[in-house]
Design a protein around this ligand. Structure first.
Ligand code: PLP
Length: 281
């Protein structure tokens, strides 16, 4: 297994970072996850643009073009050229003596690896999700490597033998622990607006674009916990989750016997077609 670390491709055993790395000490960094499919990296540009945006938001001076250039050599060294794989990357503010303020001349630490990863064209899962309090900070739009709030919610889901946790802030459902959440009511798709309380998922944006193409009306508004039982369908979206139907959310059961909503199914099928196309640009 190979790792791209600060400009070099090394084997995983040799990929070492300092204990003074600000990612390790403070969680001071940004990450990104993308998948490569048969026809290239799925929405590569959108992912790299989001990474650049996030780095700009937190003031880490780094040009993601360096990561873009390193992708091909990394995939080659990993034996994954043109193979289905998952690509993880993170950029931290760098290594410096532990102090909140970071000297300006410290170079960012950059790490990236790729692992074989096969996804079915349509996620066959019928997800069971719990509701968990969203006690994260107010900048969930930043794809921070500090994921404690998300991890705690996910752990609660795992302990309940559920697949995911839907987070509730002030009575409103924001997103999943590592996904965005959508509802369908009378054929209209409803999802939380892309504000500071959710991560604006690439898959979320793709689904919204698909809705437009398919003439499915969309409302971006927070959905109250008390509205769940009145919704017809619900699904999670994410890079590895794709579009996953939700069978059970909290106390509410949407379907019995592995049924799946009409709009969810339609979006899954249209999304599957995209996955056979080159969307990397
Ligand atoms: N929301 C959160 C909190 C996430 O961590 C993720 C993905 O990691 C998403 C949403 C979905 O984002 P994307 O579709 O870009 O994978």
């Amino acid at each position: 297994e190979k790792v791209f670390l600060n400009g070099e491709i090394v084997s995983a055993e040799d990929a070492k970072i300092s204990v003074f790395d600000r990612g390790f000490l403070f969680g001071d960094g940004i990450y990104e996850v993308m998948v490569q499919l048969e026809n290239g990296i799925f929405y590569k540009k959108a992912h790299l643009d989001r990474l650049q945006d996030n780095l700009n938001k937190i003031g880490i001076p780094y040009d993601v073009k360096n990561i873009d250039d390193a992708l091909e050599p990394l995939l080659k060294a990993s034996g994954l050229t043109e193979k289905s794989c998952l690509i993880y990357m993170q950029v931290t503010r760098g290594t410096a003596p532990r102090k909140h303020s970071c000297p300006k001349d410290v170079p960012a630490s950059v790490m990236m690896y790729a692992l074989p990863y096969a996804l079915p064209l349509i996620n066959p899962k019928h997800m069971k999700a719990i509701l968990a309090p969203d006690f994260r900070w107010h900048r969930c739009d930043i794809k921070s490597i500090s994921l404690l709030g998300n991890i705690m919610a996910n752990e609660a889901a795992m302990n309940d033998l559920a697949d995911e946790a839907a987070l509730v802030r002030d009575g409103m459902i924001s997103e999943g622990s590592h996904t965005n959440i959508f509802f369908v009511k009378n054929g209209t798709v409803i999802t939380h607006p892309a504000d500071n309380h959710i991560l604006n998922g690439i898959t979320r944006m793709i689904v919204l674009a698909l809705c437009q193409n398919l003439d499915i009306s969309v409302i971006e508004r927070p959905i109250g916990e008390d509205e769940i039982e009145h919704m017809d369908e619900a699904f999670f979206t994410g890079t590895t989750t794709q579009i996953a139907s939700i069978a059970i959310l909290g106390e509410h059961q949407f379907y019995e016997n592995d049924n799946i909503g009409k709009t969810t199914k339609r979006l899954q099928e249209t999304f599957a077609k995209l996955r056979t196309m080159d969307t990397s640009q």
